[in-house]
Design a protein around this ligand. Sequence first.
Ligand code: ADP
Ligand code: YYY
Length: 239
Amino acid sequence: MSAHGYQGRKAGVVVAIDGPSGSGKSSTSRGVAQRCGLEYLDTGAMYRAITHWMLEQDVDVSDPNAVAQHVHRPRIAMGRDPQMPTVSVDDRDVAAEIRSEWVTGQVSAVSAVPEVRQRLVADQRSLIDAAVESGNGIVVEGRDITTVVAPHADVKLYLTASTQARASRRSDERQTEDVAATQAALERRDRLDSTRSTSPLTQTEDAVELDTTGYTLAEVIDVVADLVAQVRQHVVARS
Ligand SMILES: Nc1ncnc2c1ncn2[C@@H]1O[C@H](COP(=O)(O)OP(=O)(O)O)[C@@H](O)[C@H]1O
Ligand SMILES: Nc1ccn([C@H]2C[C@H](O)[C@@H](COP(=O)(O)OP(=O)(O)O)O2)c(=O)n1
């Protein structure tokens, strides 16, 4: 069995969520996973973790060949409990450091390197397969989950929100007054993540689009958790 198709599996569901920065992927995914008793995987944290490791090792991240050469060196471990997700590299907790401006400014360049994506997509598929085999399933969020990592997921969602709403949420979260600068940084990353040649952020026709502008987080979690509960009944029935 693989993350491409789930024939012959147990009853675990796979929920795939993509969308741009600040659309609510992480908070919605965690809330839904908690509500539905599923694991939670933040794939953006994996791209951030590998970027952080490269920067700390003084790898020139503007050189795709240099990045590709080191791609298999860091050991990345993802804790998938939605109440307390963790990320560590070579047994060191890096959860706080991977959110720094330093990493945020470079993560799109590192994520565009095909070897980085090959490695992390393989890691992600193994984690998904394990969650489907041995548990209730998993909510996975990122930029290429509905398109590349798990195109046959049971639930596929594309979260959006207006650029202004996303920038304002990020500013509130980071307690920065400068919403304009936050919005400019977010638009730059949107552009890089949507125009790269390998697995760009794209919305597929079979993903349900949810525009979260004007809805509270609690409302969005309710809608998605209801959808997951409905789909789950079918998954249980056919397994
Ligand atoms: N529907 C919503 N309404 C208001 N704020 C939200 C909503 N969804 C998420 N947020 C807040 O916006 C911020 C960014 O959300 P996050 O889940 O990190 O987005 P993403 O993972 O897509 O970048 C967080 O502080 C979160 O609590
Ligand atoms: N599946 C994924 C997840 C993230 N990425 C890249 C692109 C994003 O700008 C970075 C960081 O992702 P993350 O989800 O942490 O970003 P934000 O929460 O939106 O700030 O990683 C990716 O290329 N593919």
